[in-house]
Design a protein around this ligand. Structure first.
Ligand code: AKG
Length: 328
């Protein structure tokens, strides 16, 4: 289903609430994804130049495509591949923060889409990510989870909209997402640390919501967007191709949902320590992306960078980082 007049139809909205997911085709012309792809390619290039200057890297695969260049470097040397990947993935892994990422978060089509479901007062959730899914990297195979597994429990009853945006066409082969339709109706289920992939949480097979529905593999084209609720169980498959499955996942919430848009890290952390639950994910910065009531609160790129950096630098030391165990 495509976007009509830039907005979701009543039928699409009804499907999303009923099934817990929705594929929206042609949200972007693929040319609209080019600036982000180019910015990422430039970021790769810059890091490669640094590594070459340091004498660490020799074979740089200059003629290769956006999909294959970093994959080849990774396969020559995993450690170097990871250095480039972490350089891109942003502040402490907490979200690539290039200008084109911000432009995508603020893209009018994304805001219209989010507004169709969440209303006009929109906050970007702190948790947005770039996924550089390199073939053969087990760390990029994401186990079954609900996004709420990563959020503070006081947000379980709120809707946080995940917008999963592939930068390349995705299929079972290159590691698309799998979704359990209607699983959002079962509420939050238990999540556990993932033994072989530190940092991920997982739902055990026996705890996966039984909805009577078959799992859907979201094989979608670049330009489409997969929408999920924060309670929809999903995972991603291994990438069995030669090319990277590039994607970003953005999250939006209504301004009425708990957030830290008016807080700076010290206050945010003090509230957290007093067990006052402000944001759904306190360690990172939420930010206002659309407000009809208070347009001045919408951040520009400078404001976005400032907030993201401030939270990263002054926020939670790694060992104190928020996790489901530390928030009651
Ligand atoms: O992109 C992936 O492989 C996983 C993404 C995911 O699980 C998410 O966005 O919640």
């Amino acid at each position: 289903m495509s976007l009509k007049d830039g907005k979701l139809s009543g039928e699409q909205i009804e499907f999303f609430h009923r099934e817990g997911y929705l594929v929206v085709e042609n949200v972007f012309d693929t040319s609209e994804l080019t600036p982000l792809r180019k910015e990422l390619a430039t970021g790769i290039d810059q890091k490669i130049s640094e590594l070459v200057a340091e004498g660490i890297l020799e074979n740089t695969y200059d003629g290769d495509s956006f999909e294959t260049r970093l994959a080849k470097i990774y396969h020559d040397n995993e450690d170097i591949g990871r250095q480039i990947m972490y350089h891109l993935e942003g502040l402490g892994g907490g979200g690539y923060h290039g200008c084109e990422m911000f432009n995508l978060i603020q893209h009018p089509n994304m805001l219209k889409l989010a507004e169709s479901i969440l209303g006009p007062e929109l906050v970007s959730s702190a948790i947005y990510r770039l996924r550089t899914k390199i073939p053969g990297d087990i760390m990029k195979v994401v186990p079954w989870h609900q996004d709420s597994g990563y959020f503070s429990s006081h947000c379980d009853s709120h809707l946080i909209l995940t917008c999963w945006i592939p930068l390349v066409d995705v299929s079972r082969e290159n590691g698309c997402l799998e979704v359990i339709p209607r699983s959002h109706r079962s509420g939050i289920v238990d999540h556990y640390e993932c033994g072989d992939r530190p940092g991920y949480l997982l739902i055990k097979d026996e705890d996966l919501p039984e909805t009577g529905e078959s799992t859907i593999a979201a094989e979608i084209k670049a330009g489409s967007v997969l929408l999920l609720t924060n309670l929809t169980a999903h995972c991603s498959l291994p990438n069995l191709t030669d090319g990277i499955r590039w994607s970003v996942d953005l999250r939006y919430q209504s301004a009425a949902v708990p957030n830290n848009v008016d807080l700076w890290p010290a206050e945010n952390k003090a509230d957290y320590e007093k067990n006052i639950h402000t944001a759904c994910s306190p360690p990172e910065a939420d930010f206002v992306v659309q407000s009809h009531l208070n347009p001045d609160r919408v951040v520009d790129y400078e404001g976005f960078l400032h907030r993201r950096q401030a939270f990263y630098e002054h926020g939670y030391p790694k060992e104190e980082r928020w996790s489901p165990e530390t928030v009651g």
